[in-house]
Write a new protein. Sequence first.
Length: 85
Amino acid sequence: MCRTSHIAGTALVIIVLNSFSGLVSWLGHVDLDPLLAGSFTACALLGAAAAAPVGCRLPAKALRRAFSVFVLAVAGFVLVRVAAT
């Protein structure tokens, strides 16, 4: 029987591979500012490193609920942007 952590890890590997293939395809069509990309990557890594200890202390139910609210907020934002165009 699969453990949840194993399933989540497998899903993350698939997401990374899919994202990487999309990035490679996208890079062939646009000019990427290396400074902007590097800054964004550095901020994401620092944010993840800072949030990891906090996430370990929060209850899993609270994290799932907060993530659900975040995903719904992003979906609402995208829906409003698409409807406005």
